[in-house]
Structure formats: C-alpha cells, structure tokens
Ligand binder design. Structure first.
Ligand code: FAD
Length: 206
C-alpha cells in the first residue's frame, strides 16, 4: 500500500453492533474510520431497535460485554444506567443493549475525537476501496469492512395479500392487528416469541 492510501480511513458499511464496535476498536488503535449507516440510528440494527422491554437478550448479561478487555463492562453499565436489570445472570431488554452500544461508540468518538466520521447513506457499490452511496457520493478508503448484518426477511411462502406481514421487524409492522384478530404465525423460533410478546403488549387477545 502506498503512503497516500495508508493515510485514508477504513470504510465501514453498516452501523449496527459490528460496524459501531469495529469503529470503536479501530479508534483505540488510532485508525480513522468512516461509518456508513442507512438508517436513522447507529449501533442498534434490527436486534436492538425494539422499544419493548419484553424483548430480551437471549444471552446472560455477564456474557454481553462489547469489550473483551472488560468482561463486566455491560453489567457495570447496567448497574449505573438501569440497576433493575443489572443481574449478571439476567436477560436484559435488548433496548438497553442498544443504548449501551451507542454509549460505547460515543465514548470512542470522544477519545480521541475526530477519528470516527459518521455518514448517513446507503452504500450501493464498491469500486476497489471506494464506496459509492445511493446519492452518488464516493468515499475512498484504505480498506472496506462490510458489516451489513442480515438482509430483511424474504417471504418463505409464495403469495401475497394486504394482511400478510413479511417483515415483522418493520416499525409498526403489527400496528394494524386489532385485539380480536386471528393471527397465523409461520415459524416457531425466537422471532415468533418476540411477535407474540409485541402483540400482547398492544392489547391483542387472540
Ligand atoms: C430479533 C433478534 C434478536 C437478537 N438477539 C440477540 C441477543 O440477544 N444476543 C446476541 O448476542 N445477538 C442477538 N441477535 C443477533 C444480533 O443481530 C447480532 O448479535 C448483532 O446485532 C449483529 O450485528 P451486525 O452489525 O452484524 O448487524 P445489524 O445489527 O443488523 O446491523 C447492520 C446494519 O447495517 C446497515 N446496513 C445494511 N446494509 C447497508 C447499506 N447498504 N448501506 C448502509 N447501511 C447498511 C443496517 O441498516 C444495519 O443498521 C439478535 C438478532 C435478532 C434479529
């Protein structure tokens, strides 16, 4: 790599947990980054965007530190900011984990300042080490890290209709479901559990 390229930032596409924490770790090493996120919020992604306290982490709090050098980092943060959930063996709301990730990113942005540049936009193409956004902006880097997470769910069953919800993670995806509506959920994993909890929280009695 020539000297000019080496002075460029690392471009990180995707500002969920992985992108935000990669930027934080690289800042600690003195490496500048550009963190590109298409959504309104950085550090949350699908998993930690939920506002519901019933949507819990599926890993005990004591194992959710985002800092390998500080294993108790998340439980210490909970003790300060949400003491009711500071039990190391407990399963804290995912919403709190999102706030924790955002706090750790903000900490990295402050010390030293100026190493992490946030860009709001959707990356649509990569040419060499240059990332091109949907609005045509070109962001050159020394390397590109893809931290784009999982794509939104695609319908696993053919067919369509106004009452079919293909992506239950979309904001307000369940809002049109009335308390006595019959709901058929296809799939029986963690997303199903979250959907049932979200429906109950909005007063659904089905
Ligand atoms: C419902 C649910 C619950 C979960 N619960 C847990 C848990 O309890 N514990 C646990 O450890 N893990 C959990 N996970 C897994 C969790 O998602 C991962 O641990 C982690 O959040 C993944 O981070 P990520 O940065 O790879 O992806 P994401 O957090 O999904 O972030 C990807 C980001 O990239 C952005 N992006 C995508 N494409 C582009 C583009 N072209 N341009 C710009 N931005 C883009 C997206 O907007 C998004 O913000 C859960 C996942 C889900 C879906």
């Amino acid at each position: 790599m020539n000297a000019a390229a080496a002075s460029l930032p690392v471009i990180i596409v995707g500002g969920g947990f992985s992108g935000a924490m990669l930027a934080a770790r690289l800042a600690e090493l003195g490496q500048a980054t550009v963190l590109i996120e298409r959504g309104e919020q950085v550090g949350l992604g699908v998993a930690y965007s939920t506002p519901l306290d019933d949507h819990r982490l599926n890993v005990r709090a004591e194992r959710m530190s985002a800092r390998p050098d500080r294993p108790a980092d998340f439980t210490d943060w909970l003790a300060l900011h949400a003491p009711a959930f500071a039990d190391p063996n407990g399963f804290a709301p995912r919403r709190l984990y999102g706030l924790y990730v955002q706090a750790r990113l903000a900490e990295a942005e402050a010390a030293p300042p100026g190493l992490i540049r946030r860009v709001k936009g959707e990356a649509v193409r990569i040419e060499g080490e240059t990332v091109i956004l949907a609005d045509g902006a070109r962001i050159p880097g020394r390397a590109v890290a893809l931290a784009t997470g999982n794509p939104p769910p695609r319908p696993a069953v053919a067919g369509d209709g106004p009452r079919r919800i293909a992506d239950p993670w979309r904001p307000d995806a369940l809002a049109a479901i009335a308390p006595d509506d019959d709901v058929l959920i296809l799939g029986s994993g963690l997303t199903m559990v979250d959907v049932v909890l979200a429906l109950q929280a909005q007063g659904w009695r089905g």
